[in-house]
Design a protein around this ligand. Structure first.
Ligand code: CA
Length: 229
């Protein structure tokens, strides 16, 4: 039975959500503010979070950001529940990693359909992510979720840094010259030159300490990920 955490302060909406979700076969826990919600999520872990934007103690966006930056919670799907006129917040929320949103007043059927999609996708990603995940001691690279964890702490990499690390780490021991790396990480849009690769490597190393020595400089060539790391 999927377990859903509802973070919502309005009693009427709490009741509506609980009734609809339980009727649809979910196990529901309700938290009335952001702090309680996060505490409950950390304590018990949930399959999905329904997150109200306007909470009495803190902004739903802040709750979303905290969920996404905590590696033990980061893969939990989050659906934001917003009121009309909060479109700007929706855009920000999606940027912070919310998976979807519904606008109050919402139709129960639509909400249940969206929940079903998110739960199914999360299950797929979990198995796909486990299969493709790279781990070198305390450094974990998850190409499915674009996530890097250092000693159980999520680190925020830019897209370029992530691609750089993933290309190198998935071919450990292979030395790439700067142009070879450019070919593999360039997205055709942002300007990346051979010397900016050095800057990206420097920033990347700073972020993955104490595992920065895995990214080795090969003199006269470029970079490689340490073999047997
Ligand atoms: Ca509210």
């Amino acid at each position: 039975m999927p377990r859903i955490l509802v973070i919502e302060d309005e009693p009427d909406i709490q009741a509506v959500l609980r009734f609809a979700l339980e009727k649809d076969g979910h196990q529901v826990t309700v938290a009335g503010n952001g702090g309680d919600g996060l505490q409950e999520l950390r304590r018990a872990g949930y399959d999905l979070v329904l997150l109200d934007l306007m909470l009495p103690d803190r902004d739903g966006l802040e709750v979303c950001r905290i969920i996404r930056s905590d590696p033990s919670l980061a893969t939990t799907p989050v659906i934001m529940v917003t009121a009309k006129g909060e479109e700007t917040d929706v855009v920000v929320g999606l940027g912070l990693g919310a998976d979807d949103y519904v606008t109050k007043p919402f139709r129960t059927k639509e909400l249940l359909a969206r929940i079903k999609v998110r739960l199914a996708r999360a299950r797929e990603e979990a198995s796909d992510g486990d299969r493709r995940r790279l781990q070198f001691q305390g450094l974990v690279i998850d190409p499915v979720r674009h996530r890097v964890v250092v000693d159980e702490q999520a680190v925020v990499l830019t897209l370029t840094e992530f691609k750089l690390l993933h290309v190198l780490a998935s071919h450990a021991g292979v030395a790439y010259d700067r142009y070879g790396l450019l070919d593999r990480i360039g997205d055709g849009e942002s300007v990346v030159t051979d010397r900016t690769i050095d800057v990206h490597v420097r920033n990347l190393r700073a972020k993955i300490k104490p595992y920065d020595h895995f990214v080795e400089t090969v003199r006269g060539v470029g970079y490689r990920f340490a073999d047997g790391a």
